[in-house]
Design a protein around this ligand. Structure first.
Ligand SMILES: Nc1ncnc2c1ncn2[C@@H]1O[C@H](COP(=O)(O)OP(=O)(O)OP(=O)(O)O)[C@@H](O)[C@H]1O
Length: 261
């Protein structure tokens, strides 16, 4: 990764409410080009709402969000859609169309946004499916014929369809067995390095945090408590951080990561 260089996402004074329930209050966060930023926090602390705000699916109640130097909320529709093509999103449940096979699923954004013919889009889709490690024969299968790990890879291929600069992943390893999850983590690192992606990664998976993330942002009490390298986050004096990082699962993940170094 490039270190704390160019900021690709800048969130300032973000406020998000649902009725009287305030999820974010004056939340600040930066994401730097080329880094994998892990976003963690207790259930309901607003990780997914933050992701949805940044990609423009939830209009904030206050504050500003600049993505690749532009404020999505202030852009006219055509420029906004141009900017949205520069990021890819993998939602928590994969969100593939069950009636379409994988190459059709991945080709869809290419046909919609790039004006490619169906044949060219499906050709490119097969390249993207290979990029995420799926075998050629998977291209003609529908999602219900695939394992959980293959569905995640296919959803990742679709998120990468438009060659995004920023990738948003919402719990990509949830529901995968440890071997599948480890393989997905390695794929993410390879793709980040090969494609120069910046990654916003919401996860509960401690192994993923230790094996992939350059920095980790902890959401707590409606804001970002700390966004730092893991060593700094682990040493932060906070009850949730202590329970999460220094509990049995956190210690095991940390030791496993140290053994790999
Ligand atoms: N559309 C909505 N309408 C009302 N409340 C919502 C909506 N979306 C999210 N919330 C609330 O916002 C809070 C944060 O939700 P969010 O899904 O971002 O949490 P999270 O940190 O991602 O949780 P988890 O780790 O369990 O996935 C929750 O209390 C949730 O109920």
């Amino acid at each position: 990764m490039s270190g704390a260089g160019e900021t690709v996402i800048e969130v300032r004074d973000l406020v998000n409410r649902f009725g009287s329930h305030c999820v974010h209050e004056n939340l600040d966060l930066d994401i730097y080009r080329g880094e994998i930023l892990g976003v963690v926090g207790g259930s309901g602390t607003g990780k997914s709402v933050l992701l949805r705000s940044i990609v423009g699916l939830k209009r904030p109640d206050a504050g500003s969000i600049r993505v690749l130097g532009e404020d999505l909320q202030r852009l006219p529709a055509d420029e906004r859609s141009r900017l949205e093509r520069r990021f890819g999103v993998l939602f928590q449940r994969g969100a593939l169309f069950t009636s379409l096979n994988l190459q059709e699923n991945v080709a869809l954004p290419l046909i919609e946004h790039s004006g490619l013919t169906r044949a060219d889009a499906e050709h490119l889709a097969r390249v993207k499916l290979a990029l995420v490690g799926l075998p050629p024969q998977a291209a003609r299968l529908t999602p219900d014929a695939l394992s959980g790990g293959m569905v995640k890879r296919a959803a990742l291929a679709r998120a990468l369809a438009m060659d995004p600069e920023v990738l948003f992943l919402d719990e990509p390893t949830a529901g995968l067995d440890p071997i599948g999850a480890g393989a997905f983590d390695r794929l993410l690192l390879t793709l980040r390095d090969a494609l120069g992606l910046s990654v916003f990664l919401v996860t509960h998976d401690l192994d993923t945090l230790y094996s992939t993330c350059d920095r980790v942002a902890v959401l707590s009490d409606r804001r970002v408590l700390v966004a730092e390298r893991l060593a700094v986050v682990e040493a932060t004096d906070n009850e949730w951080i202590r329970d999460y990082f220094h509990g049995p699962r956190g210690r095991a993940a940390s030791q496993a990561a140290q053994r790999k170094e």
